[in-house]
Each structure stands twice: as structure tokens, then as C-alpha cells.
Design a protein around this ligand. Structure first.
Ligand SMILES: CC(C)(COP(=O)(O)OP(=O)(O)OC[C@H]1O[C@@H](n2cnc3c(N)ncnc32)[C@H](O)[C@@H]1OP(=O)(O)O)[C@@H](O)C(=O)NCCC(=O)NCCS
Length: 177
């Protein structure tokens, strides 16, 4: 059974292992360039768990997809960046789209008013996801920049995040038994 929960600092090793499993093409898609194991390890180690918001999709105890939300520095912009990786065996089942939907909720509840995501021009699934969530697409140097407007939080959005995280933690406890 698949379930979603936020990742915390104790998930750092699982996150690193998830990224290291990506092949060259996926790493190129994720990081927009050729990236070796050392760079992947340094990237995972560089996550600031106090500011970044990472959301995992688990199959039992296996982390099979991760969405990352990184708020832009400074209060000036109220923007944030979304990035996502789904393990190949789990693709084309709606997990990437579900992670984007949930990340929009997290951004909303953190007063992040705009999400941007960057992908290579040939990344059809990402472009489709951006379209589905009404992203505005800009093309530059072989890359697509998608910008999504995020509404203000309200009591329903706050409750929804707390409720879905509770469901995820309950599922995680069930999977650990
Ligand atoms: C991009 C990625 C996250 C998509 O994850 P996913 O779980 O397969 O996404 P979904 O199943 O939600 O599919 C998203 C949409 O793309 C469509 N799609 C999937 N594969 C496709 C393909 N090869 N060509 C065109 N459309 C495709 C799906 O049909 C879906 O559209 P729909 O809802 O209208 O049916 C995944 O392929 C991945 O991890 N790639 C490597 C890393 C990467 O590229 N990250 C993005 C940059 S940060």
C-alpha cells in the first residue's frame, strides 16, 4: 500500500539512497546536468531540514518518490521551488502529480505564494504536470520554467495538511509492524 508522509532529518539516509538509485538520464532530468554519486551525496547532505519541506511516498517501508519544497531565501519574494523524483518502477501512476498537489498545499500553508519548477524541455511528464496545475510555462536555454500561483491558506487547508500527515503517520506505523 502506498502512503505519503513528510520526511524528517532521520530520513536523510533514505533520501540519499533514493537519489543514488537514479540513473544518468534521471539525474540529468532532476539536476539539469550530468551528476555523479559524490555530487548526489553532497546534495542530500546539504539539505537544511529546518527550512526545506520534503514529502515522501512510501511503498511499505521503501521510499519510492520524494517531492522537495525549498522556500526562496528572504521574505521578499514569497516564492519556493518544487522538485520531484519518482523511482522508475512507480512512474506513470499519478504519484508525481499527487506529490505536486500535496506540495502546493504545504506551500500554501507556509505563505509561499508562487511555486516554480525547472525541467528540461523534453521532460513531457513534468510539462504535463505543470499544465494540469495551471502553471505558466517559460522556455529558456533548453529548459522550461513553470510558475504556479498558490492561494493563501485558510482553515480548511491547514486542517487538510494536519489530517493527511496524521493519516500518513498512521500508515507508516502500520507498515513498521
Ligand atoms: C517527472 C516525474 C516526477 C513524473 O512522475 P510520475 O509519477 O510518472 O508522474 P505522473 O504519473 O503523475 O504523470 C504525470 C503526467 O505525465 C504524463 N506522462 C507520463 N509519462 C509520460 C511520457 N513519457 N510522455 C508524456 N506524458 C507522460 C502522465 O500521463 C500524466 O498526465 P495525466 O495526468 O494527464 O495522465 C518522473 O518521471 C521522474 O521522477 N523523472 C526523473 C526526475 C525528474 O525528471 N524530475 C523533474 C525535475 S525536478
Amino acid at each position: 500500500m502506498l502512503y505519503y508522509r513528510k520526511l524528517r532529518s532521520f530520513d536523510a539516509a533514505g533520501f540519499e539512497a533514493h537519489l543514488l538509485k537514479l540513473d544518468d538520464a534521471d539525474r540529468r532530468a532532476r539536476f539539469s546536468g550530468k551528476v555523479g554519486d559524490d555530487v548526489v551525496r553532497a546534495y542530500a547532505a546539504g539539505i537544511d531540514w529546518t527550512t526545506a519541506c520534503l514529502l515522501g511516498c512510501f511503498d511499505g517501508q521503501m521510499l519510492c518518490a520524494v517531492a522537495e519544497l525549498h522556500a526562496d531565501s528572504a521574505l521578499v519574494s514569497r516564492g519556493g521551488e518544487f522538485a520531484v523524483t519518482v523511482a522508475p518502477a512507480y512512474r506513470n501512476r499519478g504519484i508525481g502529480s499527487e506529490l505536486l498537489r500535496r506540495t502546493i498545499l504545504l506551500a500554501r500553508n507556509r505563505m509561499i505564494g508562487r511555486l516554480h519548477m525547472i525541467c528540461l524541455i523534453d521532460n513531457q511528464p513534468m510539462r504535463r504536470m505543470a499544465d494540469k496545475f495551471h502553471g505558466q510555462l517559460d522556455f529558456e536555454d533548453g529548459q522550461v520554467w513553470a510558475k504556479l500561483a498558490v492561494p493563501y491558506p485558510d482553515p480548511v487547508s491547514l486542517f487538510s495538511e494536519a489530517f493527511t500527515e496524521g493519516m500518513g503517520l498512521a500508515a507508516a506505523m502500520g507498515a513498521a509492524r
